[in-house]
Design a protein around this ligand. Sequence first.
Ligand code: THU
Ligand code: ZN
Length: 293
Amino acid sequence: MHPRFAKPFETLSAPLQAALRPMLDEEFNASFSPAQIAVLKAATGLEDRALRLALLPLAAACSVAPISKFFVGAIACGLSGRWYLGANMEFAGPGLFHSVHAEQSAISNAWLGGETGISEITVNYTPCGHCRQFMNELSTAKTLKVSLPDDLSELQSFLPHSFGPADLDITDALMSPQAHDELKLESDDPLWQAALAAARQSYAPYSQGYAAVALQFEDGRIFCGRYAENAAFNPSLPPMQMACAHAVLNGEDLGTVRRAVLLENGNSPISQRDAAQSTLKALGTVELEYQAV
Ligand code: THU
Ligand code: ZN
């Protein structure tokens, strides 16, 4: 079990601990399969929502919050039935706007896990306005439920008179499958190949600035972040942020990044380059490798 789980694990009920322990092994990727969820429900007698609330301390344990020391955890329910953890992430050094919210982290985890939508998100604090707007971009925004320790509501009731993709005549939605296969790159380098595959799946209907970051760590593992735009522009999630959040959920230490690459559409009015470089600077000395295609 990753050391970050040790303390919150002790606060869980004995039956939940016993059923969970084998799942939190080296291979744990911050998600639970439907079969694992069934085991946890049988062991604890808890229903889905109550079980997710009970698991929130594990999600919050993945938080990296050196500035606020405010640890937010979230669990997104993928349409496949799999559950995905998420946690907030802050960077000491660059501006606060580099932060990733727990909801964004859980949604990214689900999207990178192959989900095309989420039905419910469970959070230990009420989602801020930025997250409400971010979630209004999702393929399931009209039906998405937000589950809090003391409330269960529809996202739409948190966001009356909402602004969204339809206001900009966009019929696409975040988490709906993307295939920007017009992006091409000739390279045998697995890191660039990973970035290319992720950029093709990025969501940028407003700028066409399809982009992705791929990070390689000391242990050889690779984690990607796809760019995710928003109709209101500002709550868009940059690819470097998503890659960092996903790596942290998978137990990586961002201090052990060995290579970082950004691939983006060179035919767009925007670029992720400066923003990605400035986030990366907060992590250490790795230089951003860059290609516009
Ligand atoms: N935070 C979230 O993760 N989700 C929310 O919706 C509320 C705020 C995080 C962001 C920042 O890392 C810390 O909590 C303080 O705002
Ligand atoms: Zn938020």
